[in-house]
Design a binder for this molecule. Structure first.
Ligand SMILES: *[C@@H]1O[C@H](CO)[C@@H](O)[C@H](O)[C@H]1NC(C)=O
Ligand SMILES: *[C@@H]1O[C@H](CO)[C@@H](O)[C@H](O)[C@H]1NC(C)=O
Ligand SMILES: *[C@@H]1O[C@H](CO)[C@@H](O)[C@H](O)[C@H]1NC(C)=O
Ligand SMILES: *[C@@H]1O[C@H](CO)[C@@H](O)[C@H](O)[C@H]1NC(C)=O
Ligand SMILES: *[C@@H]1O[C@H](CO)[C@@H](O)[C@H](O)[C@H]1NC(C)=O
Ligand SMILES: *[C@@H]1O[C@H](CO)[C@@H](O)[C@H](O)[C@H]1NC(C)=O
Ligand SMILES: *[C@@H]1O[C@H](CO)[C@@H](O)[C@H](O)[C@H]1NC(C)=O
Ligand SMILES: *[C@@H]1O[C@H](CO)[C@@H](O)[C@H](O)[C@H]1NC(C)=O
Ligand SMILES: *[C@@H]1O[C@H](CO)[C@@H](O)[C@H](O)[C@H]1NC(C)=O
Ligand SMILES: *[C@@H]1O[C@H](CO)[C@@H](O)[C@H](O)[C@H]1NC(C)=O
Ligand SMILES: *[C@@H]1O[C@H](CO)[C@@H](O)[C@H](O)[C@H]1NC(C)=O
Length: 517
């Protein structure tokens, strides 16, 4: 290994060193991390293709099972989003009938504008890995109570058999109701108090029709696109004050879901990859919700990011689909835990630019819609963020994660504790090393343990290897790849090891996972 290291340093432009204090025990109130911290939100118009109809979509299943094999539990799956509010129910439809608008350069894979589903559509949830927890959305946007109730009945019916190995945790009523005044679903004066009235009417009818009080399924509240962060406008604080939890149906709410994107590509303008990756902007995009999270916890409800990703309207080309976005996703989902967000559901739709997983063969470019030769199912770089976060957490029952304070604008760090004992640390260098850049900086981290008597003596070092931040493939994690035909990992695992006193080098656009022994 020594010659390799010398060779490496010879083409690294600059190395500078500093010391990082690693805590030996979790911070007070450090969050306990769900084994399904990284979860998925799926655009529901093309759900049958994700799940597979006559038989399971083996590729998609493998990518979920990879995560389950690391943490012991598969990701939660939320099915809904934009197309949730365009869906009606017809018992005579097999799976789903979708009406799609034409693709455009900005939106190569548009959502269906009209979706009609039958009971078999919901039964496809049985194709998910055993033990998967599911959230399903029903239509509030079209203000058709009959449609929402028929959907809810079919959803409950799909999970209502003793042979069912997946569990319906939540019904969500409507997607991003805070946007209804702008998207034409409601009048311009649509307010949170009107939403609370409608929500209560829908939830009351649904809960009575399907006897929600007798089963484990609950309501997931919110699914708002943004927040006013205050007791007026659309925010959790506002709807709690307006009594959304006070009715019998409201008492069946156990969690609030917020949606968030760091920017938008809806008008065809993206942002810079470096800005997405930057530590301070990642924190800025999440700390805005800290008050909402606290207000939600004060009601004894869980707070999740039920739909999130980098850029709204399916992602920005050359940004959302790149290796740099994997570093963004990793820092973003881990920092989210630090303000009390319990799960992060990355949104995915077939052909969307920001996907973790492309579960079916694509025939046109995700970047501009141009025709291309068939591209088989594959993972995109952000999938590695899910794998790495899963490995940082591991499969013990009680794992806590504490952010490591790193006095550097580019290095983020997190420590994982198993039953209160330090197990692993992760560092992310979010300096974007882009194609065309000639120098790749590297930082040497010396590790200082707060309690010397507890300090580990040696460690293994696993690296996410990335050519350039704007690469869209060929990442390796411990020298292994998920870029395989079946989505399973391939290649021989290669991890380094070193005495802890040696510290670790981390170059621009790299992740290192340290396991202490
Ligand atoms: C959606 O399509 C179905 C089937 O073609 C049709 O009956 C229904 O009216 C459409 N709904 C809307 C809102 O356009
Ligand atoms: C629920 O709404 C449906 C459709 O509007 C109506 O027929 C039914 O009576 C309502 N049920 C309850 C329990 O409110
Ligand atoms: C509401 O949904 C029901 C059930 O599918 C359907 O029969 C009815 O036509 C819908 N109403 C409107 C106004 O679209
Ligand atoms: C669930 O199953 C039970 C027992 O088979 C049945 O009584 C009930 O009506 C079912 N509920 C739904 C919503 O399908
Ligand atoms: C909202 O606007 C509609 C007309 O667009 C009107 O009928 C309704 O009374 C208004 N509601 C409120 C609460 O002002
Ligand atoms: C709902 O209940 C809360 C807590 O009991 C109370 O503070 C609030 O005023 C109630 N809101 C309404 C609109 O009834
Ligand atoms: C969120 O991140 C984007 C970069 O992706 C940045 O432009 C924006 O300013 C950030 N927002 C906040 C509130 O920090
Ligand atoms: C939220 O609660 C945490 C823990 O009590 C506290 O440290 C933080 O300051 C609160 N943040 C806001 C914005 O209320
Ligand atoms: C952080 O680093 C800067 C120099 O980069 C230094 O001036 C400052 O004192 C450091 N802060 C802490 C808390 O160590
Ligand atoms: C390239 O070198 C300059 C000067 O040392 C440094 O500021 C910059 O961060 C480096 N770029 C990368 C991608 O490491
Ligand atoms: C990583 O894998 C490549 C090819 O798959 C191999 O050539 C290389 O030696 C491996 N590196 C290590 C450190 O094992």
């Amino acid at each position: 290994m020594v010659p390799l290291r010398v060779l490496w340093l010879s083409f690294v432009h600059s190395v500078f060193a500093f010391t990082v204090a690693i805590p030996c025990s979790p911070a007070d109130n450090a969050p306990v991390i769900s084994p399904s911290l990284v979860s998925l939100s799926i655009e529901q118009d093309r759900w049958p293709e994700w799940a597979g109809t006559a038989s399971r979509n083996r590729y998609f299943l493998n990518t979920l099972e990879n995560l389950r094999d690391i943490t012991g539990a598969p990701p939660y799956i939320r099915i809904g989003a934009n197309s949730e509010d365009k869906t009606n129910f017809n018992p005579n439809v097999e799976y789903a009938e979708d009406i799609f608008p034409l693709p455009t350069v900005i939106v190569p894979y548009p959502e269906a504008t009209n979706i009609t589903v039958g009971a078999t559509y919901y039964h496809l949830a049985h194709h998910l890995p055993e033990g998967t927890h599911v959230i399903w959305g029903v239509n509030l946007g079209q203000n058709n109570l009959t449609a929402a109730v028929l959907e809810a009945q079919a959803i409950i019916g799909a999970f209502n058999s003793s042979s069912c190995k997946v569990q319906l945790d939540f019904i969500e009523i409507g997607n991003e109701a805070d946007l209804y005044a702008n998207n034409g679903d409601r009048a311009k004066n649509y307010s949170s108090s009107q939403y609370v009235q409608e929500w209560t009417t829908f939830a009351t009818n649904i809960s009575e029709t399907v006897k929600l009080n007798e089963i484990e399924t609950k309501f997931l509240l919110g699914a708002f696109a943004g927040s006013s962060y205050k007791p007026t406008g659309f925010s959790p604080q506002a709807i709690y004050a307006e009594g959304v939890l006070n009715s019998t149906a409201g008492s069946l709410v156990t969690a609030f879901s917020e949606h968030h994107y760091s920017g938008s590509f809806c008008a065809g303008q993206g942002g810079l990859l470096q800005d997405l990756m930057t530590k301070s902007t990642i924190r800025g995009n999440l700390t805005i919700y800290a008050g909402d999270v606290n207000a939600t916890h004060a009601q004894n409800l869980d707070y999740i990011l039920g739909e999130t990703n980098s850029f709204a309207c399916h992602g920005a080309p050359g940004v959302s689909n790149t290796a740099g976005a994997a570093l963004w996703a990793l820092d973003y989902l881990l920092f989210a835990t630090q303000i009390g967000i319990s799960q992060v559901f990355f949104h995915n739709g077939i052909g969307f630019k920001y996907n973790l997983i492309q579960p079916v063969t694509l025939h046109r470019s995700i970047l501009d819609g141009s025709p291309m030769s068939p591209l088989a199912p594959h993972v995109q770089p952000a999938y590695y963020a899910a794998i790495i976060a899963a490995e940082l957490r591991g499969d013990e029952d009680t794992v806590q994660i504490t952010e490591i304070a790193v006095n550097n604008t580019r290095i983020a760090g997190y420590a994982a504790f198993e039953d209160g004992e330090l197990a692993r640390a992760l560092f992310i260098n979010s300096e974007a090393f882009l194609r065309g850049d000639t120098n790749r900086s590297s930082i040497h981290l010396d590790l200082d343990f707060s309690d010397d008597s507890d300090a580990p003596s040696s460690m293994t070092i696993k690296r996410l290897n990335i050519g350039y931040a704007d690469d869209v493939s060929d990442l390796t994690w411990g020298n292994q790849t998920y870029g395989t035909d079946d989505g399973k990992v391939d290649g021989t695992l290669a991890v380094g090891s070193a005495p802890v006193v040696d510290g670790v080098d981390i170059s621009a656009t790299e992740v290192v996972l340290l396991e202490f022994c």
